[in-house]
Design a protein around this ligand. Structure first.
Ligand code: HEM
Length: 395
């Protein structure tokens, strides 16, 4: 993925299965991928998006997560705000059913089924509009309608803001959809229909990339912390040390993004949790364009599919050294190659803010007898959810 990146693409089969993602970055290879990556990287690393990320995250932890404490809804709403600027409002005490969220869940489910069935079977189902393919068709309609509405609303919002946008954007930050529209250089805007399709694919790809990944990562992380009191203790000590000297540490408190930059142990613990439980992206598929030899010595050629199983790789002593299963090794490989996750900073900012809020303020205890195991999916959630009792540490 780094030394001979060009040779390992996702291939046309991937795009067929994940057709709902359109021509977004996840489905793209070669020049199309380069183009998508270049624009996305410029916008996601821009300081105005960073400001927006920090503000949105703080607001959501304070107003949404702490009262409600449900990660999947938290990351769904946060990602939707970061990407489009609009809050779908799934994280409320009455736990509304949000059609957009359900449609994305349904689409994800059918993608898994497509991976398990022979292509001719799911194509036939698609043609007749039956079974899981009917579910996907309905989900797609909802996804297109909601995203279409967001795009129209954003155009209206930007028109209404006019010049004011530049004045406020420094401080308040800017969502990705607004940046895409504002920074369009004509390369993508070759016609309104095509352009809106580009925006639709981009929004959906970012929503898929950002929402369930972070929440599943967080769920397994909190489970690891809860079942390893020595790690919980160290994180609490680190958070206490971060609280400034004049301030009393033993009370309810949320942490600002900037403060958590110094939470080195928390960061390392999250990395290690992702190594041992790479639940957000458990495997990756690559198709060699030319014959090649992998670092393991295995020969591969264009008729082969290379499946990288991250769960196994994160546990190999040959990569991580002896005892890497029992201890935090604090040695996180950063060599992911040119296709490395674009949302790494977004994910860590979110996960650190939520983990710090939970670990500093609450005792989390697993419900006795609750079975923790992964389900079978593109993202590994906990099959039976994560049942816990939560007690405030300070009341
Ligand atoms: C714990 C959370 C996350 C993990 C473990 C993770 C992991 C990954 C991995 C392994 C890839 C490479 C996939 C591939 O080659 O197809 C990837 C790609 C990507 N991720 Fe993440 N991700 C996370 C969160 C996020 C977030 C929050 C965002 C954005 C808001 C994001 C945006 C992206 C994008 C746009 C790509 C495509 C990059 C490309 O193809 O060039 N990710 N992520």
């Amino acid at each position: 993925m780094s030394a001979n990146f060009q040779n390992f693409q996702k291939g046309p089969e991937f795009k067929k299965i994940f057709d709902v993602l359109g021509d977004g970055i996840f489905n793209a290879d070669f020049d199309l991928w380069k183009n998508r990556r270049k624009i996305a990287k410029t916008l996601i690393t821009h300081h105005t998006f960073h400001n927006f990320l920090v503000k949105t995250n703080c607001d959501m932890v304070k107003n949404g997560l702490v009262p409600c404490s449900i990660y999947k809804r938290f990351t769904f709403d946060t990602t939707c705000i970061l990407v489009t600027g609009f809050d779908p409002g799934s994280l409320s005490v009455d736990l509304n059913n949000i059609a957009f969220m359900k449609a994305m869940n349904d689409a994800g489910e059918v993608m898994v089924i497509r991976n398990l069935l022979p292509q001719c079977v799911w194509k036939l189902q698609k043609w007749h509009g039956i079974g899981p393919e009917k579910k996907l068709r309905d989900a797609r309609e909802v996804i297109d309608r909601v995203i279409g509405k967001y795009i129209l609303m954003k155009h209206d919002e930007l028109r209404a803001k006019g010049e004011k946008m530049n004045e406020n954007e420094e401080e308040e930050g800017v969502d990705l959809l607004a940046s895409y529209i504002a920074n369009d250089d004509g390369e993508t805007k070759t016609g309104l229909i095509f352009y809106d399709k580009f925006l639709r694919d981009t929004i959906l790809n970012f929503m898929i990339a950002g929402r369930d990944t972070t929440s599943s990562g967080l769920t397994w992380f909190i489970w690891l912390v809860v079942t390893h009191p020595e790690i919980e203790k160290k994180i609490r000590e680190e958070l206490k040390a971060i609280i400034s000297l004049g301030e009393e540490g033993d009370k309810q408190r949320l942490f600002k993004g900037g403060e958590l930059k110094n939470a080195i142990y928390l960061h390392a613990a999250l990395c290690e949790s992702l190594r041992l439980y790479p639940v957000p992206v458990p495997f990756q598929l690559k198709i060699p364009q030319e014959p090649d030899v992998l670092p393991s010595g295995h020969r591969v050629h264009p008729n082969m599919r290379v499946m990288v199983i991250l769960y196994a790789m994160g546990r190999m002593e040959s990569v991580w050294g002896k005892g890497a299963l029992d201890h935090l090794t604090s040695s996180f490989l950063s060599n992911g190659g040119p296709r490395i996750c674009l949302g790494k900073e977004v994910a860590f900012t979110q996960m650190k803010a939520v983990a710090a809020a939970i670990i500093h303020n609450y005792h989390v205890e697993m419900v006795k007898g609750h079975e923790v195991c992964p389900n079978v999916s593109v993202i590994l959630y906990m099959k039976n959810g994560f049942k816990v009792r939560i007690r405030n540490r300070w009341t």
